[in-house]
Design a protein around this ligand. Structure first.
Ligand SMILES: [Zn+2]
Length: 283
């Protein structure tokens, strides 16, 4: 792969990287050599403002809907395996209100993938379109009951009209992103969805420029900054939940190369406090 190719020039957007709840799980899940001791995995959500195209979210983190939808079996199994906490001040609608954003102002949600910790709040944005990898959306729409829970999908979190409001990413204009497959979501290259396969079918990242700095949100293509920087894949404990393990390793290697070739690029995994600190330090 030619990941040393220059990053595309992009018009600026405003970007907020918001913490929206966390779950607890063994450190060893995210990193080979980690301990079995449970650690916090916060969920971070991107809120992006474009001067002409309004507000876009990258994922939604947890929400009250997550607790409602996982109250009974089989969904309760998911919540008991990875216990979730969502302090009131971290609820996404509340944090958006502090930015003067109403739920109805959110025009689109780019869904990295359909795990419950990423789509927990889709029901809160009644006017949003949903941009997602076609294969991931089809999987989420087709699985029910225990088969869904086995893939960490919670059907009760998906809006009834998801299919009507879905814009499969493959329908947007394709664009090369420093050697990776991408799609131009707004027609001006300001928001480029990036194909980061492996973790789940149709798994996506998002590349944009904010404050003069290119930022790549990578969802769960890497769980921590150390993971892509030191090329340390998740442990074998996590292998079973990955959709495609060889693709997961290839994507992690691609992120490693991109990060090494572009020192100005900020690569942000969805659950990494170190990434959040690096972003806040630059704002
Ligand atoms: Zn996740």
């Amino acid at each position: 792969m030619l990941l040393t190719a220059p990053l595309p020039h992009q018009p600026e957007v405003t970007f907020h990287w918001l913490r929206v709840g966390h779950c607890k799980g063994p450190e060893a899940m995210a990193r080979q050599g980690g301990r079995l001791w449970p650690v916090e995995f916060p969920s971070y959500v991107g809120a992006l403002h474009h001067p002409r195209h309004g507000w876009t979210l990258f994922d939604t983190g947890y929400s009250q809907h997550f607790f409602d939808a996982t109250r009974r079996l089989p969904e309760l199994l998911y919540r008991s395996t990875l216990p979730v906490t969502l302090p009131e001040e971290e609820q996404l609608p509340r944090q958006l209100a502090a930015l003067d954003v109403d739920p109805g102002d959110v025009r689109r949600v780019v869904v990295s993938h359909f795990h419950g910790d990423h789509v927990g709040g889709l029901l809160d944005y009644p006017r949003a379109r949903f941009v997602a990898g076609g294969a991931g959306a089809e999987q989420a729409l087709s699985l029910r009951g225990i088969a869904a829970v086995r893939h960490a999908i919670v059907p009760g979190l998906l809006p009834d009209d998801l299919r009507d409001r879905l814009d499969p990413v493959e329908g947007f204009a394709p664009v090369d992103v420093a050697g990776l497959r991408g799609w131009d979501l707004l027609g001006d290259r300001s928001l480029l969805a990036v194909d980061l396969p492996g973790h789940m079918p149709g798994h996506l990242g998002l590349l944009f420029t904010s404050g003069g700095r290119p930022v790549l949100l990578v969802g769960d293509a890497a769980w921590t900054t150390r993971s892509f920087r030191e090329l340390k894949p998740p442990s074998r404990l996590a292998k079973g939940i990955m959709h495609d393990w060889p693709a997961t390793l290839r994507t992690l290697a691609a992120l490693h190369d991109l990060d090494a070739a572009h020192p100005e690029l900020l690569v942000l995994p969805a659950h990494c406090p170190e990434g959040h600190a690096a972003w806040s330090a630059g704002t």
